[in-house]
Design a protein around this ligand. Sequence first.
Ligand SMILES: [Zn+2]
Length: 201
Amino acid sequence: MSKLPLPLQQLVDQLSALPGIGPKSALRMAMTILKWPQEKAGNLGRCILDLREKLCICSGCAGLADSDPCEICADPLRDDSKLCVVSEWDSLLVMEESGFFRGRYLILGGLLSPLDGIDSCSLEFDRLRKKLGNGRVQEVILALGTTLEAETTGSYIKNMVAREFSGLTLTRLAQGIPLGSDLKFMDKETLKQSMRYRQSI
Ligand SMILES: [Zn+2]
């Protein structure tokens, strides 16, 4: 590819850093943006800036939000006694889309995976401890999927609850979820059934 003018090259470089976008697609995207009216292109730029400036991590659930606490943590009508633990924020979105869970959430920020360098310090276990220690949670529901990492993380939480919060009930979604699957790929009905028939562990 012959040398691109610098501003174009810079945009292509930035876009190529996105997952699934190679240099050719990045150039196509950049050319499309170039053809947009200035205001539209400006809006795209501002949205990217706003991502960093206006989004925050909720101090309650560790989810992404535009306010702290987030809407879910601030909602007085939600059930404090049930805490659903998910790995990533998009799993919370799947649960919320289904609309049947009315408790609170805690987002771990990933799953334990020692080989990838993700250990207990990298995840939100301290925040989980704090939440479990507030005296309002009675049931912790693990909605982590059925991957090996999910199992490892589930065992870690099970040990933590047994050791430090022995009065709490610990459950996980029913194992209707195919092995190796990630919560966010589940359809709503399966997820709903998995929640209804959740199992004590
Ligand atoms: Zn929150």
